[in-house]
Design a protein around this ligand. Sequence first.
Ligand code: GAR
Length: 207
Amino acid sequence: MNNIAVFASGTGTNFKAIFRNIQAGTIPAQICCFITNRPQAGALAFAQEHHIPSYVISPAEFESEEEFGDALLRILRKHDTNWIVLAGFLKKIPDNVVEAFPNRILNIHPALLPAFGGKGMYGMHVHRAVFRSGARVSGATIHLVNQEYDAGPIVMQQAVDIADCRSPEEIAARVLEVEHQLYSRALQKVLTTPFRVEGRRVIFQEP
Ligand code: GAR
């Protein structure tokens, strides 16, 4: 069985969509634990309501990134985690965690990477930058996590027409709807189709 640890800092609508698809049997996995850095995160309440072992842990509690990573690794190992799914987790994943889960950490980004990514580009910051840019298309990206912000190999993307959007909020709502579908599709794909990574490319071994 694929044991998935979900990390989220916010409302967790992506987490909820994935949870429902696991329950529906579309994704062959179980959520073994939930980790957040924010005790007030809506995603935490949801995890607890569904009896998912949940942890609140923040880098601020530790003297170094490495110690934060060690604490995360202890939790992840305790639950026999083999995949990590970042669903709006707004803290950097420590290098020792990335090294322990090579090409086994998925992240979602609310734009078409490599555009509108990098440090500080998350949530509404992304949609405001897209709006200001005048781009007529945005979208969602699911990628594997490496040590560089938003630069890991891309698993799946979907474009969203935003030509008629009048505010960053309108863009966010339209992209979020797509995110909810795309994240589950990408997760299902990486769990069921062998793949290899060449540079920044993900190559699926199709039957
Ligand atoms: C999502 O839009 C996700 O793409 C974004 O945070 C939001 C979380 O929403 N992630 C990033 O910006 C990461 N760089 P949710 O809590 O409703 O799933």
